[in-house]
Ligand binder design. Structure first.
Ligand SMILES: *[C@@H]1O[C@H](CO)[C@@H](O)[C@H](O)[C@H]1NC(C)=O
Length: 180
């Protein structure tokens, strides 16, 4: 399904478009961790391509390991939201410790990636209680190997963060994926 064209004899470039991005907090009113603002542009976003984003949020408690993360990914099929199962750690998965995943992506001791580093924002646990803000920043989204089941359509993804059986925060994202 992914639209690809060859740029040389053995290199193919595939472009994915993400449109209609929206977000909301989906937890209880008294959840300690909330996202306050999130804006991304352009619409549609091309992958690979450039993305501009800004965000702010806060947590009233320190977020430290182990941080349970439950992700629910749904796809709209004939007007209904259908849950996508967890396949190879992608989809509707339960992660025991999101801190551990961050440590694998950005090994401790290494600087946080830009633009987090410039703004002194943390990228690993613990995240101290307080407010965090990322001013408008540009990112380059590289070409990614997509799971084979990711086809054109509307998607909804919900992430619930918890610790010691208590919900800390809940974020829901909605977007459409398209590729010619
Ligand atoms: C994740 O799901 C499991 C199983 O339904 C549940 O026991 C756990 O409390 C959930 N954790 C969070 C953070 O929602």
């Amino acid at each position: 399904f992914v639209h690809c064209f060859s740029v040389s004899l053995n290199i193919a470039l595939c472009i994915l478009q993400v449109s209609g991005f929206s977000w909301k907090n989906c937890g209880q009113l008294d959840d300690p961790a909330v996202l306050k603002t999130l804006s991304v542009s352009p619409d549609p976003i091309s992958i690979p391509g450039d993305l501009t984003a800004s965000a702010s949020g806060s947590t009233s408690v320190e977020l430290s390991a182990p941080l349970a993360l439950n992700v629910t990914l749904e796809k709209e099929v004939a007007g209904f939201w259908v849950k996508v199962p967890c396949l190879e750690e992608v989809g509707s998965c339960h992660y025991q410790d999101a801190c551990d995943i961050l440590n694998q992506l950005i090994p401790p001791g290494q600087d946080c990636p830009e633009p987090l580093h410039t703004y002194g924002l943390p990228c690993r646990c613990p995240f101290k209680a307080g407010s965090y803000s990322l001013p408008q920043s540009d990112f380059y989204l590289p070409n990614v190997d997509l799971p084979y089941w990711l086809t054109n359509g509307n998607y909804r993804v919900q992430g619930v963060l918890g610790s010691q059986g208590k919900e800390l925060g809940c974020l829901e994202l909605t977007l459409s994926i398209h590729s010619d």
